[in-house]
Structure formats: structure tokens, C-alpha cells
Design a protein around this ligand. Structure first.
Ligand code: G3D
Ligand code: MG
Length: 170
């Protein structure tokens, strides 16, 4: 058959927003697994077939270096896509996403597909980030906005599928 697409996707965002939970849920359908906190700065892989197009995803997760502000260009270079995660109950984590958008646009330009993800929508009652503000911010920087819950497995398949379609078109 035809060739397979290979894409690198990085997870970025403040500590504790749920990056590792999202990738584990997506790749292994696990939540609160024991190795969540010990997973290295490495990647998990996922194979998809989108309308006959084969896609190999390498999804990079951190080992928690973001807590020490120690994530540099080496981590995100050559990325086709970035998933910028905030916690909907934590306003600061949304501000952090804005910093990442600036850095990625400066370093990688418009080639990279950006996804801004409000995670923990199971905690809607404790929401501290306005949906409208987040969505219009995403639009203003050429990113797409998504809502997820790694805990309840909501929105995650859609997020990665949509990102893959965008990367294929880029
Ligand atoms: P990180 O990789 O961004 O640092 P983690 O975040 O995936 O380690 O998750 C941090 C904490 O948030 C974990 O709780 C995890 O269970 C929780 N979490 C992740 N996603 C969700 C979600 O969608 N909903 C809720 N309610 N919690 C979530 P602990 O207690 O282990 O620190
Ligand atoms: Mg993590």
C-alpha cells in the first residue's frame, strides 16, 4: 500500500494538568496507573488508519521537568504537532499555555499544528477558565481548542484524530 505518515507530537503544559494521564489513556487506556509518576521523558507510540492513510504517531511526554522550568527546544524540536494542556480548574495553567504558544511560534513558526486542551472537564463545577475566553484565544493564535477528561475518557480520541488529520494536510 501507500507510505505511512510519521508524526512527532509533544505534550506541553504545567505540572499536574494531566499530560501523562492523557497519553496513557490514549495509548494504553489506563488511568492512575502506577507508572504515571516514573514514566521517563520518552515517547509512546500509536498507529492509526485514517481513511486508508496509515499514520505512526510518536507522542512525547515529559518526566516532570516542566516543574523545574527545564523544558527546552531539544524536547520539542522537529515536532509536527503540540498538545498544550491546561487544567480547567487552574487559571495559572492556562496562562502557562499562552507562554508555550509564544515560544513554539517563535521557534517553529506556523508549520506546527497547535492544540490547546482544557483537561479535567469532569470537574466542571470547579471551572476557573472561561470556555469562551479559551476558545477565542485559541482561534487568535491559529490553534484549535479541545475539551478532555483523562479520568472519564472524554474527548481524547477526537483530539488525536483531529490533530492527525490536520498534520496530514500540513
Ligand atoms: P502531568 O503529567 O501533567 O503532570 P498527571 O499530570 O497526568 O500526572 O496528572 C496529575 C493529577 O491530575 C493526577 O492526580 C491525575 O490523576 C489527575 N488527573 C489527570 N487527568 C484528570 C482528569 O481528567 N480529571 C481529574 N479529575 N483528574 C485528572 P494525582 O492525585 O495522582 O496527583
Ligand atoms: Mg507527567
Amino acid at each position: 500500500g501507500s507510505r505511512a505518515y510519521s508524526f512527532k507530537v509533544v505534550l506541553l503544559g504545567e505540572g499536574c494538568v494531566g499530560k501523562t494521564s492523557l497519553v496513557l489513556r490514549y495509548c494504553e487506556n489506563k488511568f492512575n496507573d502506577k507508572h504515571i509518576t516514573t514514566l521517563g521523558a520518552s515517547f509512546l507510540t500509536k498507529k492509526l488508519n485514517i481513511g486508508g492513510k496509515r499514520v505512526n504517531l510518536a507522542i512525547w511526554d515529559t518526566a516532570g521537568q516542566e516543574r523545574f522550568h527545564a523544558l527546552g527546544p531539544i524536547y520539542y524540536r522537529d515536532s509536527n504537532g503540540a498538545i498544550l494542556v491546561y487544567d480547567i480548574t487552574d487559571e495559572d495553567s492556562f496562562q502557562k499555555v499562552k507562554n508555550w504558544v509564544k515560544e513554539l511560534r517563535k521557534m517553529l513558526g506556523n508549520e506546527i499544528c497547535l492544540c490547546i486542551v482544557g483537561n479535567k472537564i469532569d470537574l466542571e463545577k470547579e471551572r476557573h477558565v472561561s470556555i469562551q475566553e479559551a476558545e477565542s484565544y485559541a482561534e487568535s493564535v491559529g490553534a484549535k481548542h479541545y475539551h478532555t477528561s483523562a479520568k472519564q475518557n472524554k474527548g481524547i480520541e477526537e483530539l488525536f484524530l483531529d490533530l492527525c488529520k490536520r498534520m496530514i494536510e500540513t
